[in-house]
Design a protein around this ligand. Structure first.
Ligand code: PMP
Length: 464
């Protein structure tokens, strides 16, 4: 049975598949020093920023590396082979995303790049709608291009999100329209009602682009089933950190637009005109927006990750991740000082991403102590989603204070930024357990070291 999470009532879904074992990732045995001088195996719990490479991806890339050659620009054997591999990678991604027959796969640098590419291809005068809760990569690329950008207020339920879009589009009038929505929040991990938003958008003649940066690594994304027009994701969050990303979907706006980058590869013919100018005929299709030498290793790594996730079985991966999430939530729920940040309610389905604040603690201080005293890597801050995090923290915030500031100097119980823990297919249960135990110990016993701010980062004060 499908594990599709992208409806407003995703919570009602069940899974037939048993959870699988964690997938092998690089770095799983890396030891890091603690401030005490001891060493411990690193617990990488910042997958939402960048996930470790799958061992399988690394092995595939290593096996290909000796055969590396130029793509689309060489007569030699290895150039031919590399070109084939690049194009096969495109086909693998198309299959992974369950694209429609005419859809294109453009290889980019990452999600930010993909959405900027699309923003540059949107017809003039398009009305663009995005919730203010988006990551900055899907919030900002539409600005400053003469587009008519509308930001929708943070909804407090999936139903409110759909209703807000419905209301906005109902008064949008004629002309091209585009909705940009994230599949899973990089702050709360909550899954958005993508299919319902797509249905609403299309009913009003709008198109929709899905920011799947956080969804694709955790859940299958079927463009056909969700009925979105484009999807964007990043290789480095999908266990393939080799500098490539994807924009996939409808070709018409892309083919009608100026190339994202002007240069070789995007141009079909270039000729000198009688008047001394240069006339260019640009390619149509993905090549139009892939000028310059393509990142074949990055594309191949993404394709390898797509295959690995498919073969592991997404239903089993989702089942396993749900167990980890339940373990984490139960552990944190038993610590009264911890407040989990949520837009749609704590029980709303989420991917393995969760942000929280700890009463009486500066989040940078807390995260620094998790690293320095426990060898656990999380992230603190506003996570490139400032409006959302500020809403969740309760109102407008000033700049975060010094990390070592005494708790009393914080304004009331308010936190200035948050802590995010995130995991995925390579995370062993033990890392989640270690994290919960460390949070509990820090809350009950306090940090064992003094901390200070150095170069904008919170670090243990070892000047003794
Ligand atoms: N969208 C979301 C939801 C994200 O979480 C991120 C990365 N944190 C991005 C877009 C941007 O991705 P990248 O940095 O790979 O371009």
């Amino acid at each position: 049975m499908s594990s599709y999470p992208n409806t407003a009532d995703a919570a009602a879904q069940t899974l037939d598949d048993a959870p699988c074992q964690p997938l092998a990732v690089l770095g799983r045995e890396v030891e890091v020093p603690l401030v005490s001088g001891e060493k411990v195996v690193y617990a990488a719990l910042d997958y939402a920023a960048s996930a470790p490479a799958l061992q399988r991806v690394w092995d595939d890339v290593a096996a290909y590396a000796p055969y590396y050659g130029s793509v689309h620009r060489g007569a030699g054997y290895l150039s031919q082979l590399s070109t084939d591999l690049f194009e096969q990678s495109r086909a693998t991604v198309a299959d992974f995303l369950d694209l429609r027959e005419d859809d294109q796969v453009v290889f980019t640098r990452a999600t930010t790049d993909s959405l900027n590419l699309l923003a540059g291809a949107v017809p003039a005068d398009t009305r663009v709608y995005a919730f203010e809760t988006e990551h900055h990569a899907s919030l900002l690329p539409w600005r400053g291009r003469g587009l008519d950008v509308h930001y929708l207020r943070a909804p407090r339920s999936p139903e409110q999100a759909v209703a807000a879009l419905e209301a906005a589009l109902a008064e949008s009038g004629q002309g091209p329209k585009l909705v940009c929505v994230t599949g899973a929040s990089n702050v709360t991990g909550e899954i958005w009602p993508v299919r319902e938003l797509a249905e609403t958008a299309h009913r009003h003649g709008a198109r929709i682009v899905l920011d799947a940066a956080q969804l694709a690594p955790h859940h299958p994304v079927s463009v056909r089933e969700l009925d979105v027009d484009w999807v964007a994701f990043s290789g480095h969050k999908l266990y393939a950190p080799f500098g490539a990303g994807v924009l996939a979907g409808r070709g018409d706006w892309l083919d009608a637009a100026e190339p994202y980058l002007a240069g070789g590869g995007a141009s079909r013919t270039v000729a000198r005109e009688a008047d001394g100018s240069v006339a260019v005929e640009w390619h149509r299709g993905p090549a139009r927006h892939e000028a310059g030498s393509p990142n074949v290793i990055g594309a191949y790594a993404i394709a390898s990750a797509c295959r690995a996730l498919r073969e592991a079985g997404f239903d089993s991966l989702v089942a396993r991740e749900r167990q980890l999430i339940a373990r984490l939530r139960a552990g944190l729920a038993a610590i009264p000082e911890v407040r989990v940040l949520t837009l749609f309610g704590e029980d709303h389905p989420r991917v393995g991403v969760l942000s929280f604040v700890v009463r009486g603690w500066n989040s940078s201080h807390f995260s620094a102590a998790l690293s320095a005293e426990y060898g656990i890597g999380v992230r603190d801050g506003l996570f490139c989603a400032h409006p959302l995090v500020r809403t969740l923290l309760g109102g407008e915030q000033s700049e975060p204070s010094e990390c070592g500031a005494p708790e009393a100097s914080l304004p009331g119980e308010r936190s200035l930024n948050a802590i995010r823990v995130s995991f995925g297919a390579g995370t062993p249960d033990e890392h989640v357990d270690r994290f919960v135990a460390a949070v509990r110990e820090l809350v009950t016993q306090g940090a064992q070291w003094a901390y200070r701010t150095e170069g904008g980062r919170c670090v243990p004060d070892t000047r003794r």
